[in-house]
Write a protein that binds this ligand. Structure first.
Ligand SMILES: Cc1cc2nc3c(=O)[nH]c(=O)nc-3n(C[C@H](O)[C@H](O)[C@H](O)COP(=O)(O)OP(=O)(O)OC[C@H]3O[C@@H](n4cnc5c(N)ncnc54)[C@H](O)[C@@H]3O)c2cc1C
Length: 446
């Protein structure tokens, strides 16, 4: 993260090792973070869906109405040709963003408020900008000029870029957008405006995530300011949590009541994320900017040195949030152990994410996990019998036999399909009781 007087101007300070991008090969995670734009992620997800025989996609259709009054939810859909039909399903999941019609059908409401100043996003192409940025890679260039506060960053490895103009309500046309970009860059570069998008940060959390046969995931359930970049992550976390639970219920190995744990587990995480993002929003370019920073001479140098100190003191939590992203846990005991949002301290406790490790070959512990429930440790055959009796698809594997360090000393660890620990206990424990916990989920932390 580079803080500067303009993209082509002076450095004020840098914050490095940001957003988990530095974790390549780390024992902390199976994969490093990757900086990628949302359209690319959405294309990848769309391509994956196309390979699944379980999924039928209807691009171009629009949900008009959701009816939750009968035994099965019904959704009225209008296709691209304007033809209206009704779909009936066992469950409906509202992944339909901030204006969710599923949220409306549930009678659920966002709590909270809009927050922060208006912003305008501008995506653009420029052939010349790439040559002007410092050779050291920056994910964001934070521009602290009070005449043009905001941010610029690459959209990929070609000539596409984004800019955020902070404090701007709207732009009249592409010419105005191009001048904003040139002011942020501090040079008269070529700019082809691709899109402009006014937006305002919001701090909103739905009062219900749904129940019985209808649930909300992603922005339909929560919206947080994008500072720190956690909105999409939190939505994916919701989908993973709800996804395995729906599969377990539909495949008959978990009771319907498992679905009650979805809101209990996920809503506190959204609240925590909103709190961190709101804190990040206190120190945006507009707050950090000052005319002294763009001044020449000793006066300017002193102001930039003082600003660098302030940025290092106030901005690090925004870009170093592995404690939030990987360190959250479900249920009362996990929440009690939650470390700082900055640092991720893996703890093999129920509710927490399974601590990751690598064996001497560099393989990931997570690749040992089965598709559904996994018991890690030197377990007796009683576990397979108890799982079979309950219809629970259980894989039993001892990490030590594969060259990994023990996960939890001599204890066994039962891992859910979402890589969170359902139970931890001694080899002498009753397998049936532990497996019953896995299909119960965690109650909300008080
Ligand atoms: C400037 C900015 C920067 C951001 N940066 C980051 C970041 O760095 N990292 C991060 O993790 N998150 C970031 N976010 C947040 C992220 O974009 C959202 O959290 C994410 O897009 C939410 O995904 P979603 O699928 O829940 O909802 P959406 O992306 O809103 O998708 C909902 C979809 O449902 C469709 N839909 C809605 N209603 C209907 C209907 N009735 N019928 C049919 N379809 C319907 C919509 O067309 C849309 O395609 C940022 C957001 C902003 C504004």
């Amino acid at each position: 993260m580079r803080f500067c007087t303009s993209v082509a101007g002076r450095d004020i300070t840098w914050i490095s090792d940001v957003l988990g991008l530095e974790l390549e090969g780390s024992a902390l995670t199976s994969e490093a973070g990757q900086q990628v734009t949302q359209p690319v992620v959405e294309e990848a997800l769309r391509a994956l869906l196309a390979t699944s025989p379980l999924v039928e996609t209807r691009y171009g259709s629009r949900g008009l109405d959701v009816d939750l009054t009968g035994d099965r939810p019904k959704v009225t859909v209008e296709d691209e040709a304007g033809e209206v039909s009704t779909l009936s399903a066992e469950y409906v999941v509202g992944a339909d963003g901030s204006r969710s019609i599923v949220r409306a059908a549930l009678g659920a409401h966002y709590e909270g408020a809009p927050g922060g100043r208006p912003n305008v996003n501008i995506t653009f192409r420029s052939r010349t900008l790439g040559a002007m940025v410092p050779a050291r890679n920056a994910v964001h260039h934070w521009v602290l000029d009070p005449g043009a506060p905001g941010m610029v960053g690459p959209m990929g490895r070609d000539d596409q870029w984004f800019a955020i103009s902070t404090g701007t309500e709207s732009v009249a046309d592409d010419d105005e957008a191009a001048s904003i970009v040139r002011a942020l860059v501090g040079a008269d570069i070529d700019v082809e405006v691709l899109a402009t998008d006014p937006w305002q940060a919001r701090l909103l959390l739905a009062d219900s995530y749904g129940a019985d046969r209808a649930f909300l995931v992603g922005d339909a359930a929560h919206q947080n300011p994008p500072w720190g970049g956690h909105g999409f992550n939190t939505g994916v976390g919701d989908a993973v949590n709800l996804g395995w639970k729906l599969a377990a219920v539909l495949n008959g190995w978990a009771p319907d009541s498992l679905l009650d744990s979805y809101e209990a587990e996920r809503r506190p995480i959204a609240r925590q994320t909103i709190e961190l993002a709101a804190n990040n929003m206190k120190h945006l370019s507009i707050e950090l900017a000052s005319p002294d920073l763009v001044a020449e001479g000793a006066h300017g140098d002193e102001a930039r040195a003082a600003a660098a100190e302030r940025i290092q003191a106030t901005k690090r939590d925004e870009f170093h949030a592995l404690g939030l992203v990987l360190g959250y846990g479900y249920g009362p005991s996990a929440a009690a152990q939650a470390p700082t949002t900055r640092e991720y301290i893996p703890i093999a406790a129920p509710g927490n994410r399974l601590p990751h490790s690598r064996n001497p070959e560099g393989e990931s512990l997570f690749d040992l996990l089965g598709a559904e429930v996994t018991l890690l440790g030197a377990a007796s055959s009683a576990w397979a019998d108890a799982a079979a009796a309950r219809g629970i698809p259980l894989v039993v594997v001892d990490p030590v036999a594969h060259g990994f360090p023990p996960v939890a000393g001599d204890d066994l660890v039962l891992v859910r399909p979402d890589q969170h620990i359902a139970w931890r206990g001694p080899v002498s424990a009753d397998p049936g009781a532990a497996l019953d916990l896995a299909v119960r989920g965690f109650a909300a932390a008080s």
